[in-house]
Each structure stands twice: as structure tokens, then as C-alpha cells.
Ligand binder design. Sequence first.
Ligand code: FE2
Length: 334
Amino acid sequence: MAVLHELASEVAGLVPGAPDRVGNVLDEVPAGLRRPLAALAEPDRAPFHCLVDVSEHEPLTALPPTPTADSPAPGGHWSAGLLLLVAELLGDLVGYADENDGALIHEVSPEPGMEEYIQNVGSSSLGLHTENVHHPLRPDFVSLLCLRQDPDDAAALRISSARDAVRHLTPGTLDVLREPLFRSLYPTSFGLDAEGRRPVSAPHPVLAGAPDAPTVRYNTHNTTAVTGHAARALASFGDALDRASRRIRLRPGQLAVLDNRSVVHGRTAFTPRYDGRDRWLRRCYSLSGVPRGLSGLMSRPRVIPRLPSLLKSLDGLGPAPGTTLRPGPEGGPR
Ligand SMILES: [Fe+2]
């Protein structure tokens, strides 16, 4: 994968302002990365996630310290370029204006004093969840590149697919989970409303799509039911996801790419040391296609506008070729 490292280093500088220009070199990405991503992007999405080792020949021994707010990662690092290549092979790299000020590459690293936060800066157990569960335009894919595992080797990525979980549930429970009887609080990484509260989504189903390949919209911490029988179905679904889950201890140089429509993910707890050698993943989001008209609403390339203005505009947007945009219970995209 030496070629991959050279490509990634070349394109890293494009991330903040000109990700479109990376298209010129996508054909040069080695097959060892292209093939698993192509399989993941197939319409039947059978694999739901893939794990690729990009560590060979990569300069993982010369990493900068694990970043914190006071000591951010250096710009232009090859790892940002690698994530850009991955995101663009899957669709379009995107960020959210409401989250990390629209950053396209996110640091998943512990922050002093934020151990219990249910987000990328925490280190306590993070329950299974759909990324950005509250959002009408959720990422289709979430990519996590491990640069450092925690020194105690305690932290593990957890994943669970809706397809495996539903095998543990009764038809009656599955019917309830397909009704718009659930709401999801905005994650803490998104902003508060004018009253300083965490906003909540419109009612939505937890499951959708084909019975043998369902899509999922669920967050252990943030999704709640609006009726008693929906609450029982939600609890059963949480148990089923736990039963179907598996753990992956990511190694430096391993890239995990998750189909955010079909699998939920989480993380086991670990203890940070704040010595520059803590666990460090870098994360990015991809959409299979940016909905037609949305690019014109972006004040910065690939940054999805803040939700209030996005929701006002959604009715006027149509799906782009190949996009997963489709009507949802909020009246906007799923
Ligand atoms: Fe996540």
C-alpha cells in the first residue's frame, strides 16, 4: 500500500476546500482498498461493513501526539487524505455545519474532563447507535481509521446489523418497530435550541426497508418511544442488537467502514492517560450522493447546512442520481 500512502499524502491538502478535485486520482487507488469499498457500495449492501489494513508501509511510527482541543492534529496529514479517498470512492465526503463547525475529518480521541460525554471525545462506554440518528440526511457510510489503540488495549469498536438483530424478534415486535412511534434527541455534538435544550427529531420508525435487509435508525442513548408498547419493542430491539453484536479491537492502520443505514456501532470503555499516546481514530462521513440542489445551499464545499435552514429547504430538493435520499416520516429524506 505504498502507492496508497503517496496518493493520500498528495490529496490531504484538498480536504478543507476542494474535495471535488480528488476525483482525478481515484482510479489510482490500489485494488486492495477499492475492492472492499466497491463491495460495500453494492446495491444489496450484503457486507454492511468492511475492515481494511492500510498499515503496510505507512508511517505509523512517526505519528503526531493524539490530538486534544489544546493540541490539534496537524493539517495536511496523510490520514486525512486517505479518508478523503475512501469517502469519495463510496460517494461524497460530507460534514455538518452543526457538528464540529462543519469539519470533514473528525478526531475520535479522549478529551480531558469529557470522559462521560456520549460522543467522540468521551472514553466511557458508548452504546450502539446510528450515526447522527436525529438527522434527515444521515451519513450512508462512516469510516474510522485507527491511528492508535489505547495503551491498555481496552477499547473495542462494537457493531451490530439490523439484519442479524431482527432474527431474535417476534413478527409483532417488528411491526411496531416499523411504525413512526420513536423520536431521537439530537446528539450532544450538535447544538442546542434557542432555549438551550437538546432538540428532538420528528417521530420516525426504527426499522424500514426489506424484511430480509432492513435499514435501522436507533441510538441507545437518544432514541425513545412515544407509547408503552413501542417502548417494549424498543427495549427488545436493544437487547437483540446486543445479542447480535461483535467487538473489533482496531489496530493502528486498520480502517473500518460501516454502512450506517444497516449497522449500528458503539465502543467499549477505556481509561485515557492524556500523555499524547491515547486512542486516536480519525472519522469521516460519506453520502452515496449529495441530493440535487443541496450543493447550492452549502456555504462551504460538502458542508450540510444547519438543520433549521436545511429543513426549510428540503421540500425543494430532489434526489441526485444514485442518492439514497427518499421520503421519510418527517416529510424529508430518510
Ligand atoms: Fe458513532
